[in-house]
Ligand binder design. Structure first.
Ligand code: GDP
Length: 722
């Protein structure tokens, strides 16, 4: 039996630029939801105060990939706020609340998203499994570079979202400027539902433009919401903002548009309903505001999560592929459909070992049952199923569609894999991860380290699909690659802390790639006839460039058996190995299609080995004729610097082959520079920019795309001089 119907479930993520206040907001959320949940359980004997005491000692931390919380919208309480703790002594009050819990409490799963841009993959994988997001902004800085990147990802995954403009208590904060930057840089569909009362030190409360009342947050942690009339001097402003809001919401709904044009009264429930529909359809983005640090506004964000973000039922059915027939299959968020789930995060837990976090899309899963990992093709036994709360873990016998849990002890499941009912196999749409751009050689320090290093690296790469290992972990000749210097630094550090493996690492190097620029054909002939049984392999290949990101494709177009079927896989293997090894400078060839269209064979002398070599030879020759070039990763770099260093910073970027796209004013003499710079020029930039600007500038960088390396530089790379 479900405790919470699906329409009262929300799977959300909190997305923010580093320092915008994600941790502070999350802690407040765990605190308020914990308190309100406990309030509902006073009959169970442990008093709220006790619980809060313990909580204070331990401190709430968010370490799990998904934390389960409960929230009853504050407006459902007769007083407009979860009651203060002293009110709980009133028996009648707690009866009321028990009832409310039955009918009005929502389950909110909070899925962790990371802050740093090197972990793009983490943001992507969490966006894949969450249904809605709260995006947090710093009320001084407004939209920052990473907010923009994450916003685009959320667009790609079609995630409905609401925004919280935080830190209104900070000096220099401005609700209107921050909202303006959202409208300018992210979406014209933002609609303010609130307006602040005062700013900076004078930031006192929040006007709710729907109900036209003012909320103040009292109590030690702002847990008591006190609703009052809007202060006289702000009434005009509030009315103006309310009109703007009504106009924007009405535009999304035909009936409301008519009412609006005829100047008829539009009720609050009508507005809320239209706003919910428009938010789910990506037509509007509700904007809220406050100060998490000063405990102002966070409960109203939770109310908005309930009111405007989707439940699993609001989503279209999830799409997958039947692994046997390749046909598309759709699954609804329904317990009676066959089980299908996506593993979205692996985490090592100090108490129970490996945890695999997963989201159930359809059907249900019981502890002790068997499932198929349709990505790897292996069957897995489900040991224990856990659900993580802020301060405890709950063991589940069963978990249903739309929910998120963690399985203990899966062996062959990696991030992004599908788990499903063995009788109804489905592979859910893959999370597409970017290819690593930085690599370095890694060497175990001692013999003992050598033994453990292979296992540690494998574990870490199972967890993180943008972290790759290549080479031979047995002999110690190993290369690791990832999304940035910091990404690899953290991996090496985790290896030391979590697996006690010490390693020496080489200099970070760019993961170049090779590709071709035009179509070409070539012959590959491997014929040896020197007595006894000879060797005979002979092929004609056509190579042609594909669009960026398409990788490698092999097509067999042999007709009439000029090469017998049994040798074709050998040709493909030879081609593939040559593609992976590269032709120009030892970097993998990408975005190339290879067609095997002709050849010949010898009754006696032909062998798989000979065709493999012939395939490899033809590929090398063909790609040389196809005009080989080297590609390098280009990074999107954003530097924030005091104006006085602007000349130096831009000059330096220019000298690094950087292209400056944009320069913006961030107010208070701060400039923001957007540029595209080749990764090879960016190693050590953290130190360089620190000394250039006396430590006063900051920057962020992420992979953007691959681009052809200029010829003069290509020559240096091929000669190994760069
Ligand atoms: P995260 O990096 O996004 O997780 O941000 P944190 O929650 O760690 O916050 C970064 C810094 O901003 C910390 O020093 C917080 O105390 C501070 N901070 C967070 N919210 C607010 C706020 O509402 N007002 C002010 N003045 N500071 C805040």
């Amino acid at each position: 039996m479900r405790e919470y119907p699906l329409e009262r479930t929300r799977n959300i993520g909190i997305i923010a630029h580093i320092d915008a206040g994600k941790t502070t907001v999350s802690e407040r959320i765990l605190f308020y939801t914990g308190v309100s949940h406990k309030i509902g359980e006073v009959h169970e004997g442990d008093t709220v105060m006790d619980w809060m005491e313990q909580e204070r000692e331990r401190g709430i931390t968010i370490t799990s990939a998904a934390t389960n919380t409960f929230w009853t919208p504050s407006y459902l309480y007769p007083s407009g706020s979860p009651p203060s703790h002293s009110a709980l002594a009133d028996a009648q009050f707690s009866d009321q609340i028990k009832n409310l819990k039955k009918t009005g409490e929502y389950r909110i799963n909070i899925i962790d998203t990371p802050g740093h841009i090197d972990f793009t993959v983490e943001v992507k994988r969490s966006l894949r499994v969450l249904d809605g997001a709260v995006v947090i902004f710093d009320g001084v800085a407004g939209v920052e570079p990473q907010s923009e990147t994450n916003w685009r990802y959320a667009d790609d995954y079609r995630v409905p979202r609401i925004c919280f403009i935080n830190k209104l208590d900070r000096t220099g904060a401005s609700f209107e400027r921050s909202l303006g930057s959202i409208l300018d840089r992210l979406t014209p569909n933002a609609v303010a539902l609130q307006y602040p009362i005062g700013l900076e030190q004078e930031f006192l409360g929040i006007i709710d433009l729907l109900t036209m009342r003012a909320a103040y947050f009292e109590g030690e942690k702002g847990e008591d919401i006190v609703w009052k009339d809007i202060p006289e001097h702000m009434k005009k402003t509030a009315h103006a903002w309310r009109s703007k809001m009504i106009e924007k919401i009405s535009e999304t709904d035909e009936t409301l548009t008519e009412k609006f044009l005829e100047a008829k009264e539009i009720t609050i429930p009508e507005l809320k309903k239209a706003l919910r529909a428009a938010t789910l359809a990506y037509k509007l983005v509700p904007i809220l505001t406050g100060s998490a640090l000063k405990n102002k506004g966070v409960q109203l964000v939770l109310d908005a999560v309930v009111d405007y973000l989707p439940s699993p039922l609001d989503l279209p059915p999830v799409k997958g592929i039947d692994p046997e027939t390749g046909a598309e299959i759709f699954r609804n968020a329904d317990d009676s459909e066959p089980f299908a789930a996506l593993a979205f995060k692996l985490q090592t837990d100090p108490y129970v070992g490996q945890l695999t976090y997963f989201r159930v899309y359809s059907g249900r899963l019981s502890a002790g049952s068997y499932v198929l990992n349709s990505t790897s093709g292996e069957k897995e036994r489900i040991g224990r199923i856990l659900r993580m709360h802020a301060n405890h873990r709950e063991e589940l016998k069963e978990i249903e569609a739309g929910n998120i849990g963690a399985i203990v002890g899966l062996k062959a499941t990696r991030t992004g894999d599908t788990l499903c009912d063995p009788d109804h196999p489905i592979v859910l749409e893959k999370i597409v991860f970017p290819e690593p751009v930085v690599k370095l050689r890694i060497e175990p320090k001692t013999k003992a380290d050598q033994e453990k290093m292979g296992l540690a690296l494998r574990r870490l790469s199972d967890e993180d699909p943008t972290f790759h290992i290549s080479g031979d972990t047995e002999t110690g000749d190993t290369t690791i690659s990832g999304m940035g210097e910091l990404h690899l630094e953290i991996i090496v550090d985790r290896m030391k802390r979590e697996f006690s493996v010490e390693a020496n690492v080489g200099r970070p190097q760019v993961a170049y790639k090779e590709t071709i620029k035009q179509k070409a054909e070539a012959e590959g002939k491997y014929i040896r006839q020197s007595g006894g049984r000879g060797q005979y392999g002979h092929v004609y290949l056509r190579v042609e460039p594909l669009e960026r990101g398409q990788g490698f494709l092999f097509e067999n177009a042999i007709r009439g058996g000029v090469i017998p079927q049994e040798f074709i896989p050998a040709v493909e293997k030879g081609v593939k190995e040559a593609v992976e090894k590269g032709v120009l400078a030892g970097y993998p060839l990408v975005d190339i299609k290879v067609t095997l269209y002709d050849g010949s064979y010898h009754e006696v002398d032909s062998s798989e080995a000979a065709f493999k070599i012939a395939g490899s030879m033809a590929l090398q020759e063909g790609s040389r004729r196809g005009k080989l070039v080297l590609l390098e990763p280009i990074m999107k770099v954003e530097v924030t610097t005091p104006e006085q260093f602007l000349g130096e910073v831009t000059g330096d970027l220019n000298s690094k082959r950087g292209r400056i796209d944009k320069m913006d004013d961030r107010g208070l003499g701060i400039k923001v520079i957007d540029a595209n710079v080749p990764l090879s020029e960016m190693f050590g930039y953290a130190t360089a920019i620190r000394s250039m600007t006396q430590g006063r500038a900051s920057y962020s960088m992420e992979f953007d795309h691959y681009e052809e390396v200029p010829k003069n530089i290509e020559a240096l790379i091929i000669e190994g001089k760069k």
